[in-house]
Design a protein around this ligand. Structure first.
Ligand SMILES: [Zn+2]
Length: 263
């Protein structure tokens, strides 16, 4: 069993606990404590949940992409990382109230079961280093690649990307207005990607010209950029989800790595 501290920002509090409680239960987690507060940014729901470690990513994915969720952070209980910590004053320490009611259950769970699971522990381990050295993060990403099993390397890079992108969004862009996807790409995605690599942007297509993670003939690290863009833009275009499709990669002989962003 793992215990997670989760913090969610939503635009309104009505029904928030009920709806997200369903997601928690659907992923075989139990709601231990929760606290709902409100400030000028919206409703903050802090939860402590406990459940099976293999369901952790599915839970985080479902919460992070839930239509009621504007921003989302999760960390192992008692573990605070720079990226996991919210900059808002509501964060710490959170005095959790005892749960007055059991988490509600409504519909059968819809749990994504397809993807290879990332090495969450290794990713969590480097997140503080990514935050500390950002945008000079390639040495840490290479260290991550080398520290995980090859089978979960791409999934781990993607998770590291999503968490980093969400952190950058929250740090630099979260106070801005909601944007269309095109504007979010232009105003958030492009400048944030330029901190990491030389890029060209053509509408919903982004070319990464010289990805240090994708040396020709070696292996592709493009998933990091895909996760990064999804993490960066999801908060801005919410409640829509952002998806990145990988069209080509230097590692397999293409002139550059190419991503297509959609929602
Ligand atoms: Zn690539």
């Amino acid at each position: 069993m793992v215990e997670l501290e989760i913090q969610v920002l939503s635009d309104r509090r009505e029904g928030l606990l009920t709806e997200l409680g369903c997601v928690v239960v659907a992923n075989s987690f139990s709601l231990i404590r929760q606290r709902l507060t409100q400030d000028n940014r919206g409703a903050w729901l802090a939860m402590i949940v406990r459940g099976p470690p293999e369901q952790r990513l599915a839970l985080e994915e479902m919460l992070g992409t839930h239509s009621r969720v504007l921003s989302f952070e999760a960390a192992l209980s008692g573990e605070t990382t720079a990226i996991a910590a919210s900059p808002a004053k509501t964060v710490s320490p959170i005095a959790f109230a005892p749960s007055p009611e059991p988490a509600p259950v409504s519909e059968p769970p819809v749990v994504p079961s397809t993807a290879v699971m990332p090495d969450v522990a290794r990713v969590e381990h480097i997140l503080p280093k990514l935050a500390q050295d950002y945008p000079q993060i390639y040495p840490w990403l290479v260290a991550l690649e080398n520290s995980v099993d090859d089978a979960v390397r791409e999934a781990s890079l993607m998770l590291a990307g999503r968490r980093t992108g969400a952190w950058v969004y929250k740090r630099d862009y979260a106070l801005g207005a909601k944007l269309s996807l095109a504007d979010a790409i232009k105003r958030i995605g492009v400048p944030a990607l330029r901190l990491l690599a030389d890029i060209e942007q053509h509408g919903v297509h982004v070319h990464i010209l010289n990805s240090p993670l994708c040396a020709p003939g070696v292996r592709s690290g493009c998933r990091f950029y895909g996760g990064y863009v999804e993490g960066l833009l999801s908060g801005s275009v919410a409640p829509k989800k952002v998806f990145v499709r990988h069209l080509s990669c230097r590692s397999t002989g293409a002139a550059h790595c190419s991503l297509e962003i959609s929602h």
